[in-house]
Each structure stands twice: as C-alpha cells, then as structure tokens.
Design a protein around this ligand. Sequence first.
Ligand code: NAD
Length: 481
Amino acid sequence: MMQYPMFIDGKDHSPLGREWFSTDNPYLGTPWAQIAKGGADDVDAAVTAAHRAFTAGPWPELTASQRGALLRRLGDVLAENAQRLAELETRDNGKLYAEMFTQVSYLPQWFYYYGGLADKIEGTVLPLDKKGYFSYTKKEPIGVVGIITPWNSPLMLLTWKLAPALAAGCTVVIKPSEFTSASTIELVRLFDEAGVPPGVINVVTGFGADVGSPLVEHPLIRKISFTGSDGTGRFIGAAAAKDFKHVSLELGGKSPNIVFADADLDAAVNGVVSGIFAATGQTCLAGSRLLVQRTIHDEFVGRVVELAKSARMGDPREETTQVGPVTTVPQYRKVLDYIEVAKAEGAQVVLGGGPADRPECGNGWFVEPTIFTGVDNSMRIAQEEVFGPVLAVIPFDDEDDAVAIANDGRYGLAAGVWTSDIGRSFRMADRIRSGTVWVNTYRAVSYLAPFGGFKDSGIGRENGIAAVEEYLENKTVWINT
Ligand code: NAD
C-alpha cells in the first residue's frame, strides 16, 4: 500500500519508530494509503526548521517582489497538477471529482492574487505632533505559522491560509486532517520542486492530540490559523492565549437560507437544494436551515423535496453523480444520530431519514438526502451543526420574524436571502449577523471576497486584501533627527 511520509525541512520525514495509520476511500469503504503518524518530536523538528528558515537562509533574503514571483510560480504548478490533485482529493474525501476539479482548478488564483500583493504591503510615514523626530510604520511577517485544516476541502482551505502567509513572508508548519493528509503532502512536495526553500513549508501528519496540540503549544509558533469545528477552535483559542499567540479561527455554521414569497422560486429551489446537498452537506457554509415564508411553505417545500429526491447518488468519480458519500465513519454515525435526534424532537421526515441503501452506493458511507419539516428553531436540529445532507425547514411570517429566527443561534457564518424586492435585500443584509450574506445566490466564494464568521463561527477573515494582515505585525519606528 502507498505510504506518505511527513515533509520537514525540504525532505520526506518518516515517523520515529515508523508508525503509520491508514487513510480510507469513503466510496469503497476501504483503506488506500498509509500516513506517517507524527508526534511532538516531529512537530518540534518541523517548527525548528520553519524558524530557521524564517530567520536565516534564502527566504528572508528574498525581496517581496521575488516572493511574489515564487508564489505565482506555485500557482502555475498547482494549475498544471489540478487533475491529479483533484483525483487524490476525491479518493480520500469522497467528494465529487467534478466539484474537486473545479475547486482545485480555481486555487491558482489565490497564489496569483497574493503573489501580486506581496510587494504592495506598505507602511506609512506619520505626520507627527512632535518636532525633531521622523516616524514611520512598517509591516513585518508575524513569524512561524501553524496551519491546521479539516477534511472537507483540504487543499482549498489550506490555500486560503498558505498563500497570504507566504506573501507576508511567514514560514509554516501544516497539520492536515488525519482523514485527508495525502493531497497536502503531494502539493508541498510539488512546491518544493518548484523552488520553495527548505523549511519554509513543512507538513506534520497525525492526530489532533499527538500533533495539533503540540503545534499550538510550541513556543516558536507565533500564530495559529485553524479551520475546523468550534469545539477544537475553543481549545486552540484557549491554548494559544496562554502565550499570546495570534489566532484565526474558521469554525462551523448553521446557516439560514431565507425564501420570501416574492422570490424567483425556480432559482430559490435550486439554491436551497445545492446549498445543503452539494458536497453531501459537508461544508461549513451549508444552508442547513431553510426559512420559508408561511404563505408559500407547502408549495415551496414540495418543490425542494422533488428536486432533492431526483439527486443521483453513487461513485463520486462519475460525472453523473450528484451526491457522494460522507467522508468519515465518525461523521457518518454523527449524521445518522442527528437524524434520530430530530425525529425524537418531533420533526417530520419528508425526505430520506436514514442510511442510503441503494446498489449504486456500494459499500460507501452514504446517507439519504434528508428533509425535516415542523422544525422549531429551538430544536437541536436547528441549532447544532450536522455537517451532512440534512435540511431543517422552519416557517416565518415577515421580515422581522425571519431576522429573529436567522439570528437566533450561536453561529454566524453565512446566510442566503431570496427575494425580488431590492429594498428588502439591503435590509436583510444589514440585519443578519453573519460574515457573509448572499442575495439570490448561495455558496459563491472568491479570492477577492473576505470570508469568516460572526459569533461562534470564528475570528478573523480569509481571502481579499485583509487576509494578508492576519500574517503581519505592525512596527512603529521613531528616529530622533
Ligand atoms: P475538527 O475540529 O475535528 O478537526 C480539524 C483539525 O483540527 C484536524 O486537523 C484535527 O486533527 C485538528 N485537531 C483536533 N484536535 C486538535 C487539538 N486538540 N489541537 C489541535 N488540533 C486539533 O474538524 P473536522 O471534523 O476536521 O472539520 C469539520 C468542521 O470544520 C466543521 O465544524 C466545519 O464547519 C468546519 N469548517 C469550517 C470552515 C470555515 O471556513 N469556517 C470550512 C470548512 C470546515
């Protein structure tokens, strides 16, 4: 079976005692490769290498323009290998190949964009209120960054962090999810061949407690950039606070898709169905609550059910497949548990409601697209992140009611609003407490558009110019003239 060692200081790095763990193909339900099981020693070796690369050697000697040129080269390398990397993502996390190819093919834009930004990071000259001084500010890279990623979109969520971190001049140690490490290792090897100096990008694979915790606690790490669950985010925030490390936390969501009676209902049906069932609901921004105006509730829910019912499940490599398996066994069990919780709470199943037992699903970990009506926003199915193909439908009466329900929860990652009233679009966008509001669309992301959460959905923003600031320190210089 294929083996993936770690990557530290420009070299493959096997674990001490040569321990490995297997990574599975969620469609076949079988292991396909072995991943090095890292520990605190490996974290220390990687952070030490990253710190050395940050302070000495070719990396800090590069001008910002040279760093930018290197990033653009990395974008080219990613583009040239998009097909292979997308195949790897599909094998490891079970998401549709078509979606992964589209996603990975878009990622070079982050390297081009942040490559272009690298030499536009400027300071200011201060118009001082004191005579006899010259004072200016400058921005410096924050130091060694620990990047911790989840399993749902490994390369995309890595790129959102890695490209701005490198543009800022930082060095990094990456800890990918134990469920989907292979594509990260392949990408970093490709970047090494493309000329990234040793120690600038390191990967330590393994489990949260063995690798994630020592990384967060390592004294030479100055920032943690994390995407994952809010439970782990809370732990990381607390651990990082002990020695004042900076943190960016991109956490979970329970995003409302809000459909008014005046909306283009054809568009809204498509937006609602793809908003929750694309990627088998395993996206942080999944529109997992459907808030629908009471006057159109029955008609609209009927149309959503009809469309969702027609979704073709099966092999994620096939072009015709629309819903793939759940990525991990624990996640599969969690989704099924939540379905039982919703039933016990009194919600009514109008579609699905259990594991998918269809011949085209083979031995994979498939759950039927599931829709619950009769949901009250106080139920667990409306408050907690399922991270699977489960939609909770809640009726509302008017704008005030929709806003109250949308904001009644601890998350605030994203929201969708479907209406043909332009004034209502602006009012809703103002009143919803979330990092992104989409009007008459859903799931759009761009390297140009900041993304992140309010409330328990996190701290900090990725994408756009502001993201590079997350990897910079500000320095003020006073010169007595
Ligand atoms: P998770 O929190 O279980 O794991 C994420 C990463 O943290 C993994 O690499 C894991 O090994 C590591 N980890 C676990 N324990 C750790 C510890 N004690 N210290 C340091 N690291 C530790 O999340 P997951 O199940 O992999 O991913 C799903 C979650 O990610 C969902 O909640 C989803 O909403 C969220 N997510 C958020 C975004 C966003 O941009 N806001 C995007 C995608 C996914």
